[in-house]
Design a protein around this ligand. Structure first.
Ligand SMILES: N[C@@H](CCC(=O)N[C@@H](CS)C(=O)NCC(=O)O)C(=O)O
Length: 333
């Protein structure tokens, strides 16, 4: 077996390609183990059954990309993906979470809603596990995976009712990010941050699955090219934005979009869980949105609130006006 870092994941998994891009940018040598079913590695190690799983050189196994990215920061200080300025670092955490938890709804929706996308995803996933299967076995595997994922759509909010919100949010993200990366190579400067990688994971998949790929290529060519660069940014040497300068308006627009979509959802989710209600229902961008409450996202919300509360007063004096102006503060303070 290889020693050193091993990343167990597969190409059709957004969080796997997110972690792989982080390791590459950070120049941390690793083996990409995309053979068989990486989920088995998590299950055998008694971890939550999600991928990717990272094996550290000392043999520890860990999953969940956000804590993993932070664990790597503690062990490898060079080429950090956390902006030096604590206010920008907070905004990067927020946008990473938006990527991981909101943009993933777009990924899941497009992949399992449209027939062409379902057909492609089944083949991509099954051949990632085993490229050479006998036909009946391959067909059965594809169908079983399809049925399992389609069966989960409502659970994560990918319903017919929510479709307009999810698709409109995808278009907004493409348009805004496209404007941003034409001016500034990455979200917080000329080097990538955790926020870039959070968005990268989901958007990379959306840039391959056929329906959202066509939309992205036509509407946001520069986002498509940004994804290709970020997949292996090991050669990038850049600088963070000046923390004393006003934020670029494209970044402000992305934050406002978080304040219009993901954060009100998080607040409604928290309230539903507290009240023991079985539905989160709210208006997002003027349209009705509903799904069952999601416990993991309440943890994400709580983590964002605690991180903000722990920041020192001088940082809050710079950060709060940005969060206020973008409609985020009331969901986080
Ligand atoms: N919060 C986790 C989410 C990981 C996750 O949901 N991974 C998906 C694949 S992309 C998964 O393993 N889902 C469980 C399954 O399909 O059984 C992270 O950031 O790594």
């Amino acid at each position: 077996m290889a020693t050193g870092y091993i990343l167990y994941g597969f190409n059709p998994s957004p969080y796997s390609v997110k972690m792989r891009a982080i390791l590459r940018y950070r120049r941390i040598p690793f083996v990409w183990n995309a053979i068989g079913n990486p989920r088995d590695v998590a299950v055998a190690a008694n971890l939550p059954p999600v991928i990717p799983v990272l094996r550290f050189p000392d043999g520890r196994l860990m999953n969940d990309s956000t804590p993993l990215a932070h664990a790597l920061e503690r062990e490898h200080p060079e080429r950090s993906i956390i902006p030096d300025d604590p206010a920008h670092a907070y905004l990067a955490d927020l946008l990473e979470d938006f990527g991981d938890e909101w943009v993933t709804k777009m990924m899941f929706h497009y992949r399992w809603y449209y027939a062409a996308d379902r057909a492609f995803a089944q083949a991509w996933i099954i051949t990632s596990r085993n490229p050479v299967m006998v036909e009946p076995e391959r067909r059965a595997g594809m169908q079983a995976f399809n049925d399992r994922q389609v069966g989960r759509m409502a659970l994560v909010g990918c319903t017919e009712q929510n479709r307009p919100v999810i698709e409109e949010s995808y278009r907004f993200l493409l348009d805004t990010l496209d404007r941003h990366v034409r001016e500034i190579p990455f979200l917080f400067g000329s080097r990538p941050s955790l926020a870039d990688f959070g968005l990268f994971g989901q958007l990379q998949i959306l840039s391959v699955d056929p329906t959202p790929m066509a939309e992205m290529r036509e509407r946001a060519t520069d986002v498509y090219c940004w994804l290709l660069r970020l997949d292996d940014a090991s050669g990038v040497e850049g600088e963070w934005l000046d923390p004393m300068a006003p934020l670029p308006d494209t970044l402000t627009a992305l934050l406002r979009h978080c304040g219009d979509t993901y954060l009100p959802f998080l607040a409604a989710n928290m309230q539903a869980l507290q009240e023991g209600s079985d539905e989160v229902a709210l208006d997002i961008m003027g349209r009705p949105y509903a799904q069952a409450p999601f416990r993991y996202q309440a943890k994400c919300h709580d983590a964002l609130r605690k991180k903000l509360a722990a920041l020192p007063g001088d940082v809050r004096r710079r950060l709060d006006p940005v969060l206020e102006q973008t409609g985020c503060l009331r969901y986080l303070a």
